[in-house]
Design a protein around this ligand. Sequence first.
Ligand code: MN
Length: 229
Amino acid sequence: MTRLAVAAPPAPELAIAGGSERFPVHRIYCIGRNYAEHAREMGAVPDKGTPVFFLKPADSVVALPGPVAYPPATTDLHHEVELVVALARGGRDIAQAEALDCVYGYAIGLDLTRRDLQAAAKAKGLPWDTGKSFEQAAPIGPIHPVAAVGHPGSGAITLEVNGQPRQHGDLADLLFPVAEIIALLSRLFTLAPGDLIFTGTPAGVGPLQPGDRFVARIDGLGEVAGSIA
Ligand code: MN
């Protein structure tokens, strides 16, 4: 029998704002229903009882600005603009008071979602993977180091599509703030340098079509633009 050769896949990475350094991506964690208004629009009762965590493959990152491929097997691709946390350090059982010390920086990202597949999975009590985890499901702009932007705890987070406003919220309205998300995740997983965390999306999610152009903004992080190819 001839053994097949396996080529090493390219390591996923993102740009770091203000230089030529790259941020190596380890894992992508996400929290769902983290703004009360968005939880309501999805038919859920917002509560802080049990956070909803899920993951995307590390190689689902795609750098913004730039084109993003419309994925297969859906007719209802949705945008979810989110603050993305990039970790420089990790660990287990991280205290909330020390959690922000693990943060390398912040970026603007889209938690792209095949809403029809997610809705079908939800209806059957099945996992969300086919709705959330696919190629190019995580478009993300450059990572802004904490040294440059601090820790954004309030300020507008918005998304417009083809010049029309779609999503709007304020970082101050996160049900689970960044430090609490890190502390909670570190009880479930060993966090590591290179991990990214999508922190949830504000109200106004909706469909994207091939040819659409979007601009996502977060106060303090500027804006990133992209298009659906
Ligand atoms: Mn999301």
